[in-house]
Design a protein around this ligand. Structure first.
Ligand code: MG
Length: 262
C-alpha cells in the first residue's frame, strides 16, 4: 500500500527533510584529507541531534552509524570506521536521514575531497543531473516508470552503468515504504503517482558496468568493475503543483558550487 500524506503531514516531512539536507551538506563541508569515516559520521550524528532530530539510519536493520559513508568504488551502505580514512582526490558518498515529529527525511550526495579527476567530476555532475531528470517526472498522473526511465536514459547516454540491485522508495513514518523507485525501467509502467505520495529518488551510477557486490562486512556495496560510483538522493513529494523537494539544504549560500534543487 502506498501512503498518501496529508498537508499537515507534509509540513512535518519538510522539517525532517530540511534537517536531513542540512546534515548532509554540513557533512560534505567537513570532509577533509586524513579524516576517518568514523569522525565524519560523528559530526553528522551530532548535527542531527543538535537540531532536535534522531538519525534515521542509526540502528536501522542493525546499521552502526548515522550516515552511510561510501568512498570511490563503494556505491552505498559503507559503515563508518575508525580504520578507514578519506584522502585528497577521493569521492565520498554520504547518505543520511533525520527523524522528527514522526517522519523521516532521506538524502544522499557524493562530495569531492579536494581536487578530483575530470572523470570523477563529470560522474558527480551527471549523476546529480540524472536525479533532477527523475524528479522532473515526479508529477501527479505519471507513473514510477517515468522517473526510472528518465534517470536511466540520462545516465546511459554517457555509457555509465546503472545499479539495479538497489532502488529508491517511499518515505514517511517509515524510512522505507512502498513503492520501490528503480533507477531503470520503462515509461508509463509501474504505480501511478498521486498528490501526497512521498518518494526518495536515488540514482546509483557507476562509470563502468551495472553490477555490484556486497563486501564481507555484509553492508558495503561495491562496483564489480572497480570503477568509481556516485549516489545522489532527494526526498520528493508529489503535489498538485508538481514535484516538491523536501530535502533542500538551507545552510548553504548562493556561492555553493553544487546543484541542490530543480
Ligand atoms: Mg533512500
Amino acid at each position: 500500500m502506498i501512503n498518501i500524506k496529508s498537508k499537515s503531514e507534509l509540513e512535518k516531512m519538510k522539517k525532517a527533510g530540511e534537517i536531513s539536507a542540512n546534515a548532509l551538506h554540513y557533512g560534505g563541508q567537513c570532509i577533509k584529507d586524513g579524516m576517518s569515516t568514523y569522525e565524519l559520521d560523528k559530526l553528522i550524528h551530532d548535527f542531527i541531534v543538535k537540531n532536535g532530530a534522531k538519525p534515521s539510519f542509526l540502528g536501522l536493520y542493525g546499521f552502526k552509524g548515522s550516515a552511510c559513508l561510501s568512498i570511490n568504488e563503494k556505491v552505498i551502505h559503507g559503515i563508518p570506521s575508525k580504520h578507514e580514512f578519506i584522502k585528497e582526490g577521493d569521492i565520498v558518498s554520504i547518505d543520511t536521514g533525520a527523524f522528527i515529529d514522526g517522519f523521516h527525511g532521506d538524502n544522499a550526495f557524493t562530495f569531492p575531497c579536494g581536487k578530483i579527476s575530470e572523470e570523477a567530476r563529470l560522474l558527480l555532475e551527471r549523476t546529480n543531473d540524472s536525479l533532477y531528470k527523475g524528479i522532473e517526472q515526479a508529477v501527479a498522473g505519471n507513473r514510477v516508470g517515468d522517473i526510472s526511465n528518465a534517470v536511466e536514459t540520462y545516465a546511459r547516454s554517457f555509457g555509465y552503468g546503472v545499479v539495479k540491485t538497489y532502488t529508491g522508495h517511499g518515505v514517511g513514518r517509515e524510512m522505507h515504504e512502498s513503492p520501490e523507485v528503480p533507477n531503470f525501467g520503462h515509461p508509463h509502467k509501474g504505480p501511478r503517482l498521486l498528490p501526497g505520495m512521498v518518494i526518495a529518488i536515488e540514482p546509483m551510477i557507476n562509470i563502468k558496468g551495472d553490477d555490484v557486490f556486497t563486501q564481507p562486512d555484509g553492508w558495503g556495496v561495491l562496483t564489480k568493475s572497480g570503477s568509481l560510483a556516485a549516489h545522489f538522493e532527494h526526498t520528493v513529494a508529489i503535489t498538485e503543483d508538481g514535484p516538491l523537494i523536501l530535502t533542500k539544504p538551507t545552510i548553504i549560500g548562493d556561492d555553493y558550487p553544487y546543484r541542490t534543487s530543480l
